[in-house]
Design a protein around this ligand. Structure first.
Ligand SMILES: Nc1ncnc2c1ncn2[C@@H]1O[C@H](COP(=O)(O)OP(=O)(O)OP(=O)(O)O)[C@@H](O)[C@H]1O
Ligand code: SF4
Ligand SMILES: [Mg+2]
Length: 330
């Protein structure tokens, strides 16, 4: 049976109202997310990539209703999460978890690992106190840690072990969906591989769906079912992993992928690398039309005037670019 959407994100917008100037005298709006349309399919790993500040974390936070959406919908189990109060969100919080880059920010230094993992179980009344110890032992086992770790404190663990604990804590609620926001970025490369394999094993065991946010495109290529490319608060392209890496259509995706060194030195020497010119414009005053037009090597007149339509260039391959479909080559 083909996968069903677990979450349907429709026209999601998140603007932050900020005050600028030495005395906060000027009001301004950060266009962090604009018109995001996205289905997240059951059991998939959907990765989001793009330069710093393009809105990846804001997407994760707004989907989980940790940031209140400015407008748009996040449909889950027949409800629009974006409209729910924190109290109404409570039954859904169990299903929807997040793992951050820095496990220290998630773990209370004064709680033992057992207490940290047990806390959400007791909060959501998922088992009674008599069963709690066994449940914690099972969860520690799931993330490859021995039962004795339940008595330890976060500072007694390595970075990789702490991230395993954070994953166990997220799993404690038997979630359906986990946002992994740079969950492996702070770890040593060898430990990163272990945590990625752990995430993949857990996905298979528990049928989890991931929104995976990462900078490292090699990791994204390894772990993803589909990949979404964001630029300045908008989706530029969304496709299966193989289509995105094998046949990128959007000029920004091409430039992003071209920045990744090839592991084959021969291929690396013969490559025609595309260097992105200039900085990402400010989200306080994003460019009109296609937000990439100020840096795009093939920008046309229309690009600064009209927002490109989010269209399906090939089955399941979505892109927002006026040039796609006109035989453009970058
Ligand atoms: N709480 C906030 N208040 C005001 N602006 C914010 C807030 N959170 C994020 N932003 C702004 O929204 C935009 C998107 O930020 P976001 O953190 O989602 O980017 P990101 O793609 O996750 O970047 P990074 O790769 O650096 O983590 C940025 O311009 C950021 O400065
Ligand atoms: S719409 Fe225009 S500016 Fe934007 S990526 Fe396509 S060609 Fe470049
Ligand atoms: Mg981020």
């Amino acid at each position: 049976m083909p996968a069903q959407p677990l979450l349907k994100i429709e026209n999601l917008v998140k603007h932050f109202h900020v005050r600028l100037g030495a005395f906060g005298e000027r009001a301004a709006t950060v266009h962090a997310l604009d018109n995001i349309d996205l289905n997240i399919m059951e059991g998939e790993t959907l990765s989001l990539v793009g330069e710093s500040g393009c809105g990846k974390s804001t997407t994760g936070f707004t989907i989980l209703n940790l940031y209140k959406a400015t407008s748009g919908k996040v449909l889950y189990k027949g409800r629009d999460l974006a409209t729910l109060t924190e109290k109404q969100m409570r039954p859904f919080r169990r299903d929807l978890q997040i793992v951050f880059q820095d496990p220290y920010s998630t773990l209370n230094p004064r709680m033992t690992i057992g207490e940290a993992i047990g806390e959400p179980i007791l909060f959501h009344k998922l088992c009674n106190r008599a069963e709690l110890k066994d449940r914690i032992t099972t969860l520690l086992g799931d993330v490859g840690l021995p039962p004795r770790f339940a008595q330890r404190y976060p500072h007694e663990l390595s970075g990789g072990q702490r991230q395993r604990v954070v994953i166990a804590r997220a799993l404690a609620c038997q979630p359906k969906f986990i946002v992994c926001d740079e969950a492996i970025s702070a770890l040593d490369v060898s430990i990163q591989a272990q945590i990625i394999n752990l995430l993949l094993d857990l996905q298979e065991k528990y049928g989890l769906t991931y929104l995976f946010i990462a900078h490292d495109l090699a990791v994204v290529r390894h772990i993803s079912t589909r990949v979404g490319v964001m630029y300045l608060g908008r989706l530029a392209e969304l496709a299966s992993r193989d289509a995105l890496f094998g046949n990128p259509l959007h000029p920004y995706t091409k430039a992003l992928l071209s920045a990744v060194p090839d592991t084959d030195p021969e291929l690396e020497r013969s490559r025609n690398r595309q260097i992105l010119q200039g900085d990402v414009p400010s989200p306080l005053n994003p460019p009109s039309g296609c937000r990439f037009h100020t840096r795009c090597p093939i920008a046309m007149d229309v690009c600064g005037k009209l927002v490109p339509e989010w269209k399906e260039a090939a089955p399941g391959h979505l892109v927002a670019c006026h040039a796609v479909g006109k035989g453009a080559h970058v």
